[in-house]
Design a protein around this ligand. Structure first.
Ligand code: IPE
Ligand code: IPE
Ligand code: MG
Length: 242
């Protein structure tokens, strides 16, 4: 008998372990990132097939600029080189692509390509792919706060109207809360990823390096998610009278 699985609405993925995956194979870190990118495409298509509506993927953090100049350049060029590929993929799968992150430090060419992808895919309704590039959650919260202060100063916002829903609208994208966060490679931390949106996310930390995290591994994540008892600060019905 098929198990009835709970399907999260929003899955966030911290793509991690590309470097270690490559090192274990005596390959360069760059080859690990290339393998990770290929896997992300296949995995994303599969995750939507399970019924998930939103996927957020962490591909480059504001802190990743601390890496060697060569690795930063490779990662920038990898995304730039794949933007056309991403656009084709989104059209094939009918996915709305959106980007989250700071645009400063990105070239005009990359920014234009990102805008084109967002514009061309904006009418797809059922699947949203949030690509987090040059993203940091602290930066996102600071950027949102600056916009809020500016709107208050120009009388476009009454500070008394500010609540959680309105705050979310000031973030890079107004997304539903993350239900399931997956970080591959065995690291068990958020590394500045979607701190606002993950406040009640179920966290799942498989040991697999990202390039090896396949469909069957996502099925296991769904099985684990199905077992979790999400309480959101309340008490479940069967425990209420204890
Ligand atoms: C994830 O893989 C991709 C990025 C952070 C850009 P890593 O590059 O962090 O791989 P490890 O953690 O060194 O193995
Ligand atoms: C987090 O991974 C950033 C991305 C996946 C883009 P890192 O590999 O950079 O995180 P730390 O340094 O291990 O916390
Ligand atoms: Mg890492």
């Amino acid at each position: 008998m098929d198990k009835v699985l709970k399907i999260p609405n929003h899955v966030a993925i911290i793509v991690d372990g590309n470097g270690r995956w490559a090192t274990a194979r005596r390959m360069s870190r760059s080859e690990g990132h290339e393998a990770g990118f290929q896997n992300l495409k296949n995995l994303t298509a599969y995750i939507y097939q399970t019924g998930v509506k939103y996927i957020s993927a962490y591909l480059f953090s504001t802190e990743n600029f601390k890496r060697s100049e060569a690795e930063v350049r490779f990662l920038m060029n990898l995304l730039t080189g794949k933007l056309k590929d991403i656009l084709e993929f989104c059209h094939e799968e009918k996915i709305k692509a959106i980007f989250s992150g700071r645009t400063e430090k990105l070239s005009n060419k990359v920014i234009e390509a990102m805008n084109k992808i967002e514009e061309e895919t904006k009418d797809y309704q059922d699947k949203t792919f949030n690509i987090c590039f040059n993203y940091g959650s602290h930066a996102e919260i600071i950027d949102a706060t600056k916009k809020i202060v500016s709107d208050v100063q120009t009388n476009n916002l009454d500070i008394n109207d500010l609540d959680e829903d309105l705050y979310s609208k000031y973030l890079y994208n107004n997304l539903p809360p993350v239900d399931l966060l997956i970080r591959t490679s065995g690291e068990e931390r958020l590394s500045n990823f979607m701190l606002w949106q993950c406040s009640y996310a179920e966290l799942y930390f498989p040991k697999t390096y990202f390039p090896d995290f396949k469909e069957k591994d996502f099925d296991k994540a769904l099985e684990e998610y199905t077992k979790r008892d999400r309480r959101f600060g309340g008490v479940n019905y069967d425990q209420k009278n204890n």
